[in-house]
Design a binder for this molecule. Structure first.
Ligand SMILES: Cc1ncc(C[n+]2csc(CCOP(=O)(O)OP(=O)(O)O)c2C)c(N)n1
Length: 391
């Protein structure tokens, strides 16, 4: 691991690669066959599914922080469930639910500050709400209104990406820029186990390692890439091993354990701020719901598997922990669930007022000058709207 610890390295002292890595290989090579040390990977779990905690690893967050994190996870779930209902009733477009991944979501952005950056994939709205995206804006976004796409003022987020793995290189580029300027901000970028097979992700790993870019690669291993299970995607079980081959310190974390996620996230953020380069965090979790609202997982996976993961619910185990610790009790859980539900419903009202479809806009955003055949289609379409009395 690199030793550099200044939080704001100047150009002159900044190494291009972590200082301890000597790749020159100039020494006399001893004959024989020896083992190469490829580095160890921690597998971190702090809070198990029964709500029991490893006291030696508990980050001992203040009660107010624990409450904030709990509320964020509950809000994420309420939003997820409400959006699915809205989609089924025709009020929301196709979207990717994050049910069961709430700890991974909140844990990956927990340690970020305003100066930091977040470059997410599409299954990230829990993390986006934590980062400061208003819920009504995310509803607009997923209902297809372009007004929803731009990050809110003061939030250093990239728009989410649907093209698998495509945002991981730009995120690394941002981190390289941060490093070149000598700033101490970091970038978190998330992607799935399927995205790990994309060449661009491997390129990002390499650039980040070589330039000691302060980027945290948050690999959400949720078991499936649509209908492809992780074991068909990759021959190794611990996907975090992909990172060490690039010289990136990597860790495997129980992604349904919010405490482990927070600890791994904090450590990675601190490394990035100290100028020690990237970290890969493999969050082992499970996609409990459909891949997207256009998917039917019953055709490719067994109900038993889903049932087994239900027992590992990140919210249930965290509530057991909070209860044991005396931070919150059953009445609080009910109240918080109600408050979160109301918060989502209030946002839905704002969304409904703003989500006024403008059918005549559909030809407006692709071409500055419409090609003749589209001009013809537009004329036909407008005539139809006129006949139906649609504005
Ligand atoms: C470049 C590209 N190829 C294919 C797709 C179609 N596609 C959408 S989601 C997905 C699976 C992604 O799985 P994973 O990376 O594990 O993320 P998850 O959806 O499980 O969160 C695929 C193949 C796409 N969006 N982009």
């Amino acid at each position: 691991m690199p030793t550099k610890s200044t939080s704001n390295p100047t150009k002159a002292t900044r190494p291009r690669r972590p200082a301890e890595v000597d790749i020159s290989d100039t020494e006399q090579r001893p004959m024989g066959r020896k083992k190469i040390d490829l580095g160890e990977i921690d597998d971190l779990s702090i809070l198990n599914e029964h709500g029991e905690v490893d006291g030696s690893l508990d980050p001992n967050l203040p009660d107010e922080e624990l409450k904030k994190v709990h509320r964020a996870m509950v809000l994420t779930r309420k939003l997820d469930i409400r959006m699915l209902n809205m989609q089924r009733q025709g009020e929301m477009g196709t979207f990717a639910p994050g049910l069961g991944q709430e700890a991974t979501q909140i844990g990956q952005v927990y340690a970020l500050e305003q100066k930091d950056w977040f470059s997410p994939s599409y299954r990230s709205f829990g993390a986006q709400v934590w980062r400061g995206w208003p819920i009504e804006q995310l509803l607009l976004l997923w209902a297809g209104y372009f007004e929803g796409f731009g990050p809110p003022e003061g939030v250093n987020d990239m728009p989410f990406s649907i093209v698998i793995g495509s945002h991981v290189l730009p995120a690394t580029g941002i981190a390289m820029g941060i490093r070149a300027r000598g700033d101490d901000a970091v970038v978190v970028t998330n992607f799935g186990d399927g995205a790990l097979s994309q060449g661009a992700v491997a390129e990002a790993f390499n650039f980040a390692a070589v330039y000691a870019a302060p980027v945290i690669f948050l690999l959400e291993n949720n078991g499936w890439a649509i209908s492809i299970p992780t074991e068909k995607q990759c021959t190794i079980r611990e996907l975090a091993r992909r990172g060490t081959g690039f010289g990136i310190p990597s860790i495997r974390v129980d992604g349904n354990d919010i405490l482990a996620m927070i600890v791994a996230n904090q450590e990675a953020v601190q490394r990035g701020r100290r100028g020690e380069g990237p970290t890969l965090i493999e969050a082992v979790t499970y996609r409990m719901s459909v891949h997207t609202t256009a998917d039917d997982p019953k055709v490719y996976r067994k109900d038993d598997e889903v049932e087994q993961w239900k027992a590992k619910c990140p919210i249930v185990r965290f509530e057991k922990y909070l209860k044991n610790k005396g931070v919150l009790g059953d009445a609080d859980f009910e109240r918080i669930a109600d408050e979160c539900e109301k918060e989502v419903l209030t946002a839905r009202e704002v969304f409904r007022k703003r989500a006024k479809a403008k059918p005549r806009e559909v030809f407006d955003f692709m071409y500055e000058q419409l090609p003749p055949e589209l001009q013809e289609q537009k004329r036909e379409y407008f005539a139809k709207l006129d006949r139906k009395g649609v504005e």
